[in-house]
Structure formats: structure tokens, C-alpha cells
Design a protein around this ligand. Sequence first.
Ligand SMILES: [Fe+2]
Ligand SMILES: [Fe+2]
Length: 281
Amino acid sequence: MLIAQISDCHIRSGPSPFDKLVDSSETLKQVVSHLLSNKAQPDVLLATGDLTESGTDEEYVELLDLLSPLDLPILPIPGNHDEYSKFENSLERYLPKELPNSHCSYVNDDFPIRLIGLDTSLPGRHDGDFDDERFEWLEEKLVSDSEKPTLLFTHFPPFASGIHFMDISGLKNSERLCSLIEKNPQIKLVVSGHLHRPIATMIGSSVASVCPSTSHQLGLELNPEYGSLVDEPPGYQLHRWDGHRFTTHTATVWEGKTFDLSSWISEVNQQSSRGTGFPKK
Ligand SMILES: [Fe+2]
Ligand SMILES: [Fe+2]
């Protein structure tokens, strides 16, 4: 099973501090085009929040238009830049009919991997909270099937990355979420956004990964006194489940050169089937 992830598209209709850095509609268009050009197409696309900059109707219309070439199930959750009621109304076609009252969390059991979307964003706030209500919701879903391999997707990563200003303004009660993940080894992978660069760590026996933004990235700056936004290329991730483990690939999208290896790969496949190994010629 192949699971694609996009995050932090920040589609915007008004002025923004990063106007001069990137055109977020243009970069999402490039990401969608790159995704469509893959010979191995994903089974599902996770969209892990901050899909718009300000959560306006206009921005969601633009987002849907940019995603429309993709012919696959899309599972979105909101981030701190989204606006929940507009998010829910605009993306209704992708969301289950029944959602909890105050958060857009849900389970999708259509695939060999159980996909659990956890929304920890809060109205009118840029920080999130794994509060009592969300804890009870997630614990109940995890108890209801503790066998099926599970991927948890959420906007705020539940761990400190070392990018200090993002860590201190991120998810409250993240330790509680980590403890719950550690108690549920059926969670094979936790994927998030919010940090605008590819990052990975471990929580218990689960890999926890952050997807780059389809728009601007955060500069790699681990000194707590500094921080920046940079125009490193847009990206997305492909999470490949082989029946035993996930392997995560990060795609970097830019106008680069390609050297086709098809004829060499054909030779490698023939040598492999002969069982002679790969001696130098
Ligand atoms: Fe973001
Ligand atoms: Fe965010």
C-alpha cells in the first residue's frame, strides 16, 4: 500500500509575510503534477493541515481546484491556519458524515492499514491541545481494534524537534499523546505537518515523521534565538507499507534534469534473475 502525504499548503487569498518567498498555489500545482507523474500511484492522499493560510471560503475554493486533477481518496485534517467550520463545509466530500462535536478526527478502515486522523487544532489559536476529549476519543478508537496495523495522522507533531520557537508554541499535552502511542504498538507510523521540513524520530516502537510543506519551508536552524522561512523546494512524502514495515520517501519538487536509468535497470533485473550477483565488468 502506498500512502501519499501533503501538508501546509497555505493557499492564500490575502497578503502574507511570505508573499515574496513563494506562490503557494503555484507550488501546490507543481506538487500535484509531480504526484501524477509517478509510475506507482498512491492509494490514498493524507492532507495534514494548514491547507489554507487564513481559512477563507475563497482559499478553500482555490485549494479544491488545485487538488481536482488527483483521482484518489483524500483524507484531510485541519491545522492552526485553517478555520474549522469553513474547512468542514468546503471539504465535506472528503470527510465522514459523523464527526465529533468539537474536532475533525476520524477513522478510515477502507485499506489494509487503519488510518486515524487526529485533529488537535483549536478555534482562534495557533497552538493545539491533546485535551481530555481528544484523549478519550483516540483511546476508544485504539481499544476498538488493537490488532490492525495503524497509521496516525495529525497536524501538530507530538515531539520536540529542536526548532525551539515551534516547539514552545505547538501541541499542549504532547507527552500524553506520546504515552498513548507507546501503549499501542499497532501504531506503526505517526505522520504530521506544521514544521515545514522533513523530520523523523521514534515514539516507542513507532516512527514519527514530519512532511515538508508544499509551499515554503522552515530554515534548518536549531539555535533557539534564530529562525527563518526559506524557499527550499516544495515537497511531499510517500509512505510505503510492505506488510511488515513503513518506508518513508520524501519527494523534492523542482525543475531539475532527469537521466533515465530504464535500460540499466532492465540489465540489473536480468542479472538478478540469473542469480550471479553483480560483478564489475
Ligand atoms: Fe504550516
Ligand atoms: Fe501549523
